[in-house]
Design a protein around this ligand. Sequence first.
Ligand code: ADP
Ligand code: MG
Length: 651
Amino acid sequence: MPKRSIDTRLDFLSPLRLIPGLGAKRVAALEESGLRTIGDLLHHFPRRYIDRSRIVPLEDVREYLGKQCTVVGSVTRTRVEPGRKSRFRVLISDETGSLEALWFHGIPYYRKAIHSGMRLCLTGKIGHFGGFQMVHPLMESLGTKKHRPDMPFLPVYPVSTAMREVNLQQKSLVKAVDWCLRNLKHYPQILPRCIEDKKGFPPMSECIRSLHFPQDLSRLESYRERVRYEELYQTALALRWNRRKFALPGRSMCRGDMVNTVRKALPFSLTKDQDRALESLLASAEASTRMHSLLQGDVGSGKTVVALLACLPALNEGYQVAWLSPTEVLARQSRSVVEKWLEVLGVQPELLTAGRPVAKQKAILSGLKSATIRFVIGTHSLIQERVTFRKLGIIVIDEQQRFGVEQRLALQAKDPAADFLLMSATPIPQTLAKTLYGDLEVVTIHKRPVGRKPVSTHYVPKSKRAAMEKFIAARIENGEQAFYIVPRIEQSDPEDTLSDSVTVATRLRKGMLGAFPVGIVHGKMSNEQVEDEMKAFSEGKTKVLVATTVVEVGVDVPAATIMVIENAERFGLCQLHQLRGRVGRGGGKAYCFLPANETYEGGVAERIRRFCRTEDGFEIAELDLRLRGPGEITGTRQAGFDELRFADIIR
Ligand code: ADP
Ligand code: MG
C-alpha cells in the first residue's frame, strides 16, 4: 500500500492506527464503540479509579480483612504448587510483616514477571487462610527502587465486548492513552480564552491528563466540569451557526447556464421532488447569506445529483467545490458519477484520499491551493490542515451523520464564507431535527425516482434457508446479482459460520451458489483490492459479493437486486435500511433477506419483523429512536447527541 503521508503530525483528528500496539483488529474494535480518532480516545474517560493512594503497612492488613487495600513489599519467595489445581504463591514482606499473594490462572505470565527481590505493589481483597492473603491481586512491578506506583489512581475504562475479544483491556488502554498524552503536541483550543479565564478553568490538556491519570481526586470535579462545558459549548456553537438569525455573510452565486447544461446531459430527468429541492438550494446559493442546508432523503432518493447541481453556482462563479465522503469506496464512486455528469462542462473532479500515492496527493494539494483544481472529492484527508483552497465556494458533506461537529467546523474553517450543504440518508425525525439543527434549512426529497419499487423484505426462518439460496441462484441465472452482508471480517468463533466474510464466502463457493463467481470485500483489504472487487461486481464479473458494511453507504450497482444480511440483529434498523437501499437501483424487483439465527430472541425478532413491514425511512428512524435512544439512531454517530460524550444532555 502506498505510504500515508498526511498524518505525520499527531492531533485530535489523527487516526487510532498511529498508536503503537493498535493493529487493525483493535482499531476496528474501538471504531465499533465510536472511537475513531485520538481525540475520541482521549475523551473516552475512565468510569472509576482504583484507589492506590494509601499504601497499607503489612502489619496492618488485618484491619482490611474482607476489604480491598493496596500494599507494597519486596518479593522474598516464589513457589509453584503443581497439581490439578496448580497455583503460584508469592510471599512479599516489608519492615512490618509479610503477606502471601496467590494466583490460580495465568501462572506462566506471573512466574515470568515476578522474581525474588523485586518490589511489588498489590491491590486486592485481604483474605485469611493460614496467614493473610490476596488472591489474584492487581499487580504492578515497582522494580527495585520505587516505593509507590506512579499512578495512585488507576483508571478503569469502559470496555466493550468487541474490545475484550481483541484483548484490548485496561492495561492496553492505559498504555494507548499514555502514549497519546506523551506524543500529542497540540490540543484544539475550542473554548475562547476569555471564557476559560472567566470560569477559571484549567487548560484542556491538564483536564484530559488528570481525568485519565489523576494524582489526587480533589480537583476531579473541576476537570469534569470543564470537559462538559466544552462539549456543550461546541454543540451550542454548531447549532448557532445553523441558525438563520445568526447567519453570517456569504457569497451570492448564480447558476448561469451551467445548471441547464448539466441537466440536459443527464440520462434521466429530475423528479418533481428533486427539482423542488434543487430550486430551494439554488436560491440559497444566490442569497448573500451563507448557505447552511441539510438535504435529506431516504436511501436511493437521488440526493447526489441534486447536491451536484447545487454546486454549479460555485463553479459558475469561479469558486472551488469540496465534497466530503465518509469512506474511500463511496468517495471513489461519487467521483466517477460526478466525473460523468460534469463532462459537458469540461470540469474534471479530483480524488483526495489517504490511499492515493504521495506524489498524487502533493499535486492535488498544490492544485487546490492554486485553484487549478475546481472540484475535489475526498475522505477525512480533506479535513487535514495542510489542505488549503484558493477560493472555496461550497462544501458538500455526504452522509453527514458520519462526521462529528469538530470535523465539520474544521472544513468550514478552510473558507468561512463557503456555503455548506449536508446530506443525510438517515432521516431525522422532525422533533429531533428541531432540537439538533435549530433553524437549519432542511430540504427534503420525499419520494424516490419513479420506477423504483419497494424492496421486498423477508425474515427467513432457518428451515427456509436452502429455499432462499435456490431462489437466489435462479435470479442470478437470470442475470441479476446479490450482496451478502456479514458483520465481521474474520472468524472469531469456530461455531459461528455466518458472521464473517471469509467463512461465508467459502461456504457459498461450496454450496448452491458455488456455480457463480463470488467476490469478497472488507475493510482490511487494500484500496486497490477493494476497488478491483467492486469493479468486478459492478461489471457483473462476480455475481455474489460478500461484504462487511463497507458497502453500506452509497454504493450503486444497478444489476444488484438481492441483499442478504446475515446476523441482522447486530445492525441497527437504520443501518439495515441503508443496506437494503443498495439493491433495486436498476428499477427491477428487488429482495432483501434476513435469515434467522438461533440467537434471535423475542424482542429482536419483533424488531426485524417490523422492519420487514415498512419501507419508510422516517418511520424506521422513529422506531430505532424509540428502541435504542438518540445516540444509536444510525448505528454509528448521530450528529449532536453522541458528541456529548461526557455531558449528559439532561443535566
Ligand atoms: P441517495 O439519495 O441514496 O444518495 P443516489 O443519489 O445515489 O441516492 O441515487 C440513487 C440512484 O438513482 C442513482 O443511480 C441515480 O443515478 C439514480 N437517480 C437519481 N435521480 C434519478 C431520477 N430523477 N430518475 C432516475 N434515476 C435517478
Ligand atoms: Mg448518497
